[in-house]
Design a protein around this ligand. Structure first.
Ligand code: PMT
Length: 222
């Protein structure tokens, strides 16, 4: 590929975890570090794209000033930020690990410890990729991720269809050196056209390059 094969492309990337508050001091979240999303942001930037990042809370040492960067906490905030930018984008990459459920209510004060057990009612969060998938415009390309622990390829392909992705990147929790936190990943990429490719374990930077190369094979010609 040439250095500037994504010149003039506007790319939205969601990344990191979301935090769903239960009270002013506690939240429900997951182990996403933001490393995969950040590697994608760097790769697109290096290949000429204008990159818009919407990131959940991360503790990576990153240079946000290189990008159009929005920090968010909850899935709802991530959705609103993404919805606002979506129509202007050529490519949207949904790399965030969005919490599927959030506490039904956020207690206004810290929940006090008592002798009793505590149960928490959770409600479904908005599915950002699914909702924006319904708004995908001609020529726009959507890339999803799937993080699976079982029936990996079936689940990934089902998400590809359901969320109207052009391409989905499966990372399995069963593979060592893949998924959350680590500096490496091992992926299977499925396109809606039926084309697929698998990687070995490699740095997230290298995996990002592979994803960018695969995006260029999508027939709508980004
Ligand atoms: O951040 P790292 O530590 O580097 O780890 C990278 C990663 C494992 C988080 C990343 O590579 C990854 O797989 N991200 C997606 C994780 C995930 O939540 O997958 P999922 O199978 O639950 O979701 C499927 C797709 O829908 C994803 O594109 C996800 O961003 C999107 N989604 C899911 C739920 C939701 N409410 N809104 C969404 O947009």
């Amino acid at each position: 590929h040439t250095q500037s094969d994504y010149q003039n492309k506007k790319v939205l990337i969601t990344m990191g975890p979301t935090q769903e508050a239960m009270d002013p001091v506690r939240f429900i979240s997951n182990h996403s570090s933001g490393k995969m999303g950040y590697a994608l942001a760097k790769a697109f930037q290096a290949r000429g794209a204008e990159v818009y990042v919407i990131s959940g809370p991360i503790s990576l040492n990153v240079d946000k000033s290189e990008f159009h960067w929005t920090d968010v906490k909850s899935a709802k905030e991530m959705y609103h930020a993404a919805h606002k930018l979506h129509g202007l984008m050529d490519i949207c990459v949904f790399a965030a690990a969005v919490a599927d459920y959030a506490p039904a209510e956020v207690a206004p004060e810290k929940i006090k410890k008592s002798e009793a057990d505590l149960s928490l009612k959770m409600v479904k969060n908005v599915d950002i990729a699914f909702e924006l998938g319904k708004l995908k415009h001609p020529g726009q390309l959507h890339v999803g991720f799937a993080l699976e622990t079982q029936n990996e390829s079936e689940n990934a392909k089902a998400k590809l269809d359901k969320k109207n992705f052009d391409l989905i990147v499966l990372n399995s929790m069963r593979e060592t050196g893949a998924g959350f936190k680590v500096d490496t990943n091992k992926v299977h990429i499925y396109q809606s056209s039926g084309h697929s490719v698998s990687s070995e374990v490699d740095t997230k930077a290298k995996i990002a390059e592979l994803i960018l190369d695969q995006i260029k094979l999508v027939p709508i010609g980004v």
